[in-house]
Design a protein around this ligand. Structure first.
Ligand SMILES: NC(=O)c1ccc[n+]([C@@H]2O[C@H](COP(=O)([O-])OP(=O)(O)OC[C@H]3O[C@@H](n4cnc5c(N)ncnc54)[C@H](OP(=O)(O)O)[C@@H]3O)[C@@H](O)[C@H]2O)c1
Length: 259
């Protein structure tokens, strides 16, 4: 067996169908590219059509199979509609990546019900509803991979964690519940846990050079995260290779959480 055949047997996503929420920007966009280049047909879901289109165009120009669905995952109807539309493109997904997320950071005393509800809707309810829609089918077919993107704020308070930290803590618990339910049927559920990654989500923090340098110093690698840092971990968790890894929260954070 050649090394290429060996690697392909372990990690290839040829013939797999993936749905990636938030696949049009930042970490989700990098994960989308990784899954598509590893062979999966990928449908991305987010609100802004221009970014969705750009992401898909880049991949199809390379010969990958990709498509987009524009939807607001902040409403239950939006999630349900997006799920049906996404499954209609390449078929029912084998891989679900819940990466869409928002981080609105009012001070705790001013955190109102609106911010709480919107945060929970996008960061927690949408992953739950998509899991309910696709998980049982994956279990029936005997293969599935559910990958959530949580945050270090599931584990520690950090820059006004507010509702965001709570939603991410619950998301990791959701992964464990899904793992418990469906792992006997070949469906794993895991969470990738970023530290600080330079993306649009934390534009404000990223634009302060002193804070950026201080955060980089708190890692072991001496730099902050890049969206590309998630490519390898996502392909691993989506592939056959990770069959015995389930219910886990895997830090991709340059050692930030253990330093
Ligand atoms: N960057 C970090 O330091 C960091 C750290 C820890 C965890 N994370 C997590 O990583 C994930 C990706 O974040 P990122 O940093 O890559 O941020 P990003 O570049 O802002 O990407 C967020 C994505 O989610 C989509 N989205 C947001 N609200 C949505 C909604 N209501 N309906 C549908 N799609 C929606 C966005 O598209 P539209 O706006 O077009 O809808 C975009 O594609 C998030 O879950 C975030 O919590 C990030």
């Amino acid at each position: 067996m050649t090394s290429q055949a060996y690697l392909s047997d372990l990690f290839s996503l040829d013939g797999r169908v993936a749905v990636v929420t938030g696949g049009s920007s930042g970490i989700g966009r990098a994960i989308t590219g990784a899954l598509a280049r590893a062979g999966a047909s990928v449908v991305i879901v987010a609100r802004t059509e221009r970014q969705l289109e750009e992401t898909v165009q880049e991949l199809t120009a390379e010969g990958c199979r990709a498509a987009w669905v524009a939807a607001d995952l902040g409403t239950r109807d939006g999630v349900r509609g997006a799920a049906e539309e996404a499954a209609g493109v390449f078929g029912e997904p084998d891989i679900l990546v819940n990466c869409a997320g928002i981080n609105v950071r009012p001070p705790m005393g001013e955190l109102g019900e609106d911010v709480w509800d919107t945060t929970m809707a996008v960061n927690l309810d949408a992953p739950f509803l998509l899991g309910q829609r696709f998980g049982p089918g994956m279990a029936e077919r005997g293969f599935g991979r559910i990958i959530h993107i949580s945050s270090q704020q599931a584990h520690r308070a950090f820059v006004k964690s507010g509702a965001y930290g709570v939603s991410k803590g619950a998301l990791e618990s959701l992964a464990r519940s899904q793992a418990e339910a469906w792992s006997p049927y070949g469906v794993t559920a895991n969470t990738l846990v970023p530290g600080f990654v330079m993306t649009a989500l934390n534009r404000q923090l990223s634009s302060d050079p002193e804070k950026v340098a201080a955060l980089a110093a708190r890692t072991m690698t001496g730099r902050n995260g890049l969206a590309e840092d998630f490519e390898g971990a996502a392909v691993f968790l989506a592939s056959r290779a990770s069959a015995y890894v389930t219910g886990q929260s895997i830090r991709v954070d340059g050692g930030f959480s253990v330093h």
